[in-house]
Structures are given as structure tokens and as C-alpha cells.
Design a protein around this ligand. Sequence first.
Ligand code: BEZ
Ligand code: FE
Length: 260
Amino acid sequence: MENARLQAVFTDVLDGLQQVVRRHRVTREEYRLLSEWLTEAGTQPNEIALLLEVLLSSTVDDVNFAVESGTENSVEGPFHVPGAPLLSAPYVLPMRPDEPGERLLFSGTVRSADGTPLAGAMLDVWQISADGGYSHFHAGFPEYNLRGRLTADEEGRFEFLTVVPVPYEIPKEGATGRLLAALGRTAHRPAHVHLKLGHQGHRPLTTQIYFEGDPWLDRDAVVGATKASLVTPLVRDGGATAARCSYDFVLEPVPEPALV
Ligand code: BEZ
Ligand code: FE
């Protein structure tokens, strides 16, 4: 970080912390507890990263990826793996032969802000399994289970088969979990499908799609990640072999560079 910017940001962070201490008359004992808790977090692998992900990443993304008319962002989270398999149509996310869970047919479109279909738009999709694991991060899953990349067709449409993801509890054994519990907050995240979308000439989008009726929608452990515009119905019509959901994504064009 450039030194002048570091000075400016640090000054404000310190100022904010000092104001909290003064406003709440933080005691010496509370200060000691904070110091111990931060030390505990620092000795646990990935705990500080998780803490920041839970408390701050959504705000950082909102500042950097705000949209005027495109689909809203939602945090990438810690479970993306680059280089997921490039799938061929008809798209089915890689899954175990005995993959548990209800099948889900996820369809939709990818368009530019003016409504033009974005043929060939790339979707990189990843999600948790119905038995609660992200491949790569939880033991016992094939490498790219429920991860894949696919493209939208000539009319910007896409469709892929997967399983209905389950709500998930973020790791809560560490300092982050202890903080959430002490605050009476849940460690749950609502069920979601993660996506990264890209198309030439458009700003890349990292987001998540959530489902209506999920009990954790209004108290996501990850502050600010769940946005009303990203919630879609999960449709189950009797007799169908799979639940369905759909979402129409909008990518914002990158502004043309000014001619000189
Ligand atoms: C997730 O989407 O799985 C996630 C996001 C932020 C923190 C932890 C998990
Ligand atoms: Fe997730």
C-alpha cells in the first residue's frame, strides 16, 4: 500500500478504535480480554482470514463492485477453487455416483445492462453438497465435486443440473465462532450457489444465489452477504424429478476508454 494512503487509512482506524474506547469507557479487564482473544485468533490457522471474511469482506466488495443496473455482488468466500472443469452441454456439475440430495435444475440468462444477450458468457459455479461439504476443503470429496465452468448459449441462456445446497455453519470452533456465540449470533449461512460470471467488455461479477423461505436469510453469519435481489424461488412441482430455480444475470459494460 502506498505510504500516504497507509497513513490516512491507519489514522482513521486508530481514531475509530479510540472513539469506541472512550464512548464505551472500555475497562482495563475488557482490554485484556480483547488482547487475549486476538492472540487466540492469531494462533489458529486461517482464523483471522475467516474473521475478516465474516465481518468486513462484504463491505469491501460493495465499495469496489457497486453496480448501477447490473446484478449485485456477494462475497466470494474462502471456498472458490480456480480451474474447475470446463463442462460440455447439457451441463451437469461433477458429482459422486451416489451424490446425496434433491436434484436442482438451475437455469437463467446472462445479459448486458441494455438487455443484449451475452452469448458465450462464462459461468464458474461452486457450491456445498447436500451432506454439507465443499470439495477441496472438506475430506472425502472428489477434487471438483459440485464445481464446474459452463457457457451461456447464443441467446445468453444457460441451464445446469446440480443438487439443492444446504444451509451451512461456518467453522465455529475458533475465535470467530466464540465471538459469534458471545454475541448471540448464528454461525449459519443460508443455502446458496456461488457464481463468477464473465464476458468480454463487461465487469466480472462474483455473486451468490439464495432461496426464498430459507430460515437463515435474515441472519447470515457473513455480515451483508445476503441481498434481497439475489433471492430466488425454489420451485417444486409434484412429479418433476428435480426442483428448479432460475436467475437472470446482468453484467455491466466496462466504460469505453476516452478517445485521445
Ligand atoms: C461461504 O460462502 O461458504 C462462506 C463465505 C464467507 C465466510 C465463510 C463461508
Ligand atoms: Fe459458500
